[in-house]
Design a protein around this ligand. Sequence first.
Ligand code: GLN
Length: 230
Amino acid sequence: MCRHLGWLGREVSVASLIYDPPSGLAVQSYAPRRQRHGLMNADGWGVGFFDGPVPRRWRSAAPLWGDASLASVAPALRSHCVVAAVRSATVGMAIEASATAPFSDGGWLLSHNGVVDRAVLPASRTAESTCDSAMLAALIFDRGLHRLGETIVEVGTADPGARLNVLAGDGTRLLATTWGDTLSVLTRPDGVVLASEPYDDDNAWQDVPDRRLVEVTAAGVGFTPLEGSR
Ligand code: GLN
């Protein structure tokens, strides 16, 4: 499934997060190293970042590796909080920019790495697309991000086959869940990276165990087991 990345810290360029590292999202679009579901992430990309308190997004349904415009502009896009993703669409889901993370409610940027049976999700008028991830994002926004862990446990219980790795940011914090797929954390002197897989071989990367809620704030990184953990 998809690969995502979040940043919270000092202002850095988008290029420094996704293009410069040897296995950044740009490389993960065609050669992910830890992807267990799907071979590559050719079905679109999205870069979301906070401009002061305002979330801004640039999304495309084309492969990231071929996007010369983003590659040109990314060194000039700078932010203290970034949520970016490359997409491997689940079979049957539309390939369109509106189905590509990050999704937003105007305050949060949110990416979903995984799959969920849409039959267990309530119909939502606010979902940006009919794809499972957009419907899940709408449910999470409706319930409120302060209930993210609870919402993931509820959806994961209703669909035991679901994989529910979510990553969200609101400019002051990142929240993430692990439920069926990989996530790693890198604490740097200038901030914290959350990523589906390490973007380099620095041995400071820590793997997050399955079924955790991760919270990153200026005060540090916290991990909480999700109810129903095996
Ligand atoms: N199921 C979602 C989609 O179709 C997310 C896929 C993913 O994690 N690759 O876009």
